[in-house]
Write a protein that binds this ligand. Structure first.
Ligand code: IPM
Ligand code: MN
Length: 375
């Protein structure tokens, strides 16, 4: 089948790692009868923004929506105020295409150094399903300064009644941000997690929250989790508070099979997850809308200090490409890529500095391509 893939190389090391990802996808296509790609480049990122003042135009969104998937390198650049590109590109696309699941496998591959003593590949092999469209990412909030008189009165009265805070007094400026969980929004992410468990033969789904403190939004999350769990009687379930699960990821990662979490906790615990799988250079993610356009990316950022040096580890991006193939229904080609990566890592001859080696970004891409050809 022929797939049209939008490519957004982005900023920093983004273009270097995406180049290797595309190289590997090309090799997978050559090795898989009937599989073809058409890659269409999109220039969005810091350079485009600085040159044109445009982040993603409506026309760009229209073009992107005609694609089968989006393959993204990384965004963020020190020349642009922090948040502009991250929100304007990454979060914009996640929201625009309703990619309500952020799927992040936490898998330690053989031969990869793990910072946890005595943990082996069979101990670290689970999925985090991060809800990707709600929670504290909805952008609801504000500050008292700069509001209209009427708005300010409302905010003041809320703070006075709720917290006994008098925001009239000078120096008592207040900012607030609101998290939102909806029944529908929670349900679709949680159901995805259970379906994933079924598909992957996993036997336990763990739900993450902080329902002991953030009682409003996460009680609803828990209620939905319990309701959905009833449809999957063969799958064991449990709740974990987010602080506790950080501890357990380090102490007993072998316990976890599928973890489903609200957006912001998911952001945090998957950086921890990346570390226990060998580092950011190996952590991939998919922003998934099962009925729409999904977007695949390494979970690391643009690492500006490594940009242009051909030293960054491209494996996270290559693994993101592998996830993209799986989502597109190309399981056989996806397996080939993963198998090739496993071989390269096991051999340990070609690896970037983060894994203790001296190889370049492109040498790692070439090694994976070579393995695919040998499979
Ligand atoms: C991630 C990133 C993003 C997030 C940022 C860059 C907006 O940290 O993909 O995990 O918070 O989701
Ligand atoms: Mn993050």
């Amino acid at each position: 089948m022929k797939h049209q893939i939008a490519v957004i190389p982005g900023d920093g090391i983004g273009p270097e790692v995406i180049r290797e990802g595309i190289k590997v996808l090309g090799a997978a296509a050559e090795a898989t009868p009937g599989l073809e790609f058409k890659f269409v480049d999109f220039p969005y990122g810091a350079n485009h923004y600085l040159k044109t003042g445009e982040i993603i135009p409506d026309e760009g969104l229209k073009q992107l929506s005609k694609m089968d998937a989006i393959y993204l390198g990384a965004v963020g650049d020190p020349r642009v105020k922090t948040g502009i590109l991250e929100q304007g590109i990454l979060l914009k696309l996640r929201f625009y295409f309703e990619q309500y699941v952020n799927l992040r496998p936490i898998k330690l591959y053989p031969g990869v150094p793990c910072p946890l003593r005595d943990k082996r590949p069979e101990d670290i092999d689970f999925y985090v399903v991060r809800e990707n469209a709600e929670d504290f990412y909805v952008g609801l909030g504000g500050r008292c300064r700069g509001r209209s008189k009427e708005e300010l009165e409302v905010v003041r009265s809320i703070y006075r009644v709720k917290f006994g805070l008098d925001v009239d007094a000078e120096g008592d400026e207040v900012a607030y941000q609101i998290g939102v969980v909806s029944r529908k929004g929670a349900e679709r992410a949680i159901r995805y997690a259970f379906e994933l468990a079924k598909r992957k033969g996993k036997k336990r789904v763990t739900s993450v929250d902080k329902a002991n403190v953030l009682t409003h939004i996460y009680s609803l999350w828990r209620e939905v989790f319990e309701r959905v769990a009833r449809d999957y009687p063969d799958i064991e379930t449990e709740f974990s508070f987010v602080d506790a699960i950080c501890m357990w990821f380090v102490k007993n990662p072998e316990w976890y099979q599928v973890v489903v979490t609200p957006n912001m906790f998911g952001d945090i615990i998957t950086d921890l997850g990346a570390m226990i799988q060998g580092g950011m250079g190996l952590a991939a993610g998919g922003n998934i809308n099962p009925e729409g356009v999904s977007m695949f990316e390494p979970i690391h950022g643009s690492a500006p200090k490594h940009a242009g040096k051909n030293v960054a580890n491209p494996l996270a991006t290559i693994l993101a490409g592998q996830m993209m193939l799986e989502q597109l229904g190309e399981q056989e080609a996806a397996n080939k890529i993963e198998q090739a990566i496993i071989e390269v890592l096991k051999e340990g001859k070609v690896r970037t500095y983060d894994l203790g080696g001296k190889s370049s970004t492109s040498e790692v891409g070439d090694a994976v391509v070579e393995k695919i050809r040998e499979l």
